[in-house]
Design a protein around this ligand. Structure first.
Ligand code: DHB
Ligand code: FE
Length: 282
């Protein structure tokens, strides 16, 4: 049976990808941010996941306002990236895992979620930047299953619904008959707002509350409506929905192994959280 080793949640700010491409991780602006990652690299080297199931939010590369699925799951053999500006180089394609994708889709639709299935799917910075942050050396060593949650076109799915989706994804993976080690990623956040009167809005107190609650009391976060999340964390701070889904896929009392929090990276309070699942310790 497949085993979920843990979840890693990280911000996906495009400027991070541009900094990696330019090799400026040691510069004063970036040093404290990148210093958060070595403990996560060490953990990945130890547990060696073979697949990453990635909750991320597309920003207009694959889905646009004309067609906006609430939940979309990749079922492709590979996922290409494409030019989205931001000074980001185009990444090499990422390997998929169609067998796990279709098992997951069968299982989650079997639990009455209405998914969009994508046999072609371009992945944007919300997918590519975290992959490069987690596996900076050489070609990406994991197969991937992207799961996109709409944070672009309101109405968005609620925190409670994203939590329920994450738990269904966790059950789906654990019922996959192959012996595969799976890591769950949740990308985005923490608080940020890119436009409008409150552009630059950051809420450290709320971010730290989220970091605390995700480990020990994730149900706490489902009390917030998306309107409240926007008020607290900014219009793009709703990307915390990815973290909520990624946390919910851990069904067995995870423990927090590492976190870091840094203000600002570009317009964003950058967060990183590593939760290890009991299965990784078995
Ligand atoms: C920024 C943050 C994001 O989450 C994003 O998708 C794009 C830009 C930023 O802070 O610059
Ligand atoms: Fe974003």
């Amino acid at each position: 049976m497949a085993r979920i080793v843990g979840s890693i949640m990280t911000s996906h700010v495009p400027a991070i990808g541009a900094a990696i491409a330019r090799g400026v991780q040691a510069q004063p602006y970036w040093q404290a941010f990148f210093a958060g990652f070595p403990p996560v690299h060490e953990w990945l080297a130890r547990v060696r996941p073979e697949v990453a199931v990635v909750f991320y939010n597309d920003h207009g590369l694959n889905f646009f306002l004309d067609k906006m699925p609430t939940f979309a799951v990749g079922a492709a053999a590979e996922y290409r990236n494409a030019d989205e500006g931001w000074g980001l180089p185009v990444s090499a394609p990422f390997r998929g895992d169609p067998e796990l994708s279709w098992h997951l889709i069968e299982s989650v639709v079997g639990e009455d979620f209405d998914l969009t299935t994508c046999q072609e799917m371009l992945v944007d910075h919300a997918f590519t930047v975290p992959m490069k942050l987690l596996w900076p050396q050489g070609p990406c060593p994991v197969r991937t299953v992207p799961i996109a949650i709409n944070t672009v076109q309101h109405p968005l799915p609620s925190a409670a619904r994203c939590q329920a989706l994450g738990a269904a994804v966790g059950r789906a993976i654990e019922s996959f008959p192959q012996d595969t080690r799976v890591v769950i990623l949740g990308t985005g956040g923490l608080s940020h707002q890119l436009d409008g009167e409150r552009a630059g809005h950051i809420n450290k107190e709320f971010d730290l509350l989220c970091l605390d609650k995700l480990g020990t009391d994730p149900g706490f976060l489902t009390r917030y409506s998306n309107r409240e999340l926007v008020a607290l964390a900014g219009t793009q701070g709703v990307e915390i929905l990815m973290w909520i889904a990624a946390r919910a896929a851990l069904l067995h009392e995870p423990r927090e192994l590492h976190r870091s929090y840094h203000i600002p990276i570009s317009n964003t309070a950058a967060g990183l959280l590593l939760l290890e699942n009991a299965a990784a310790r078995a």
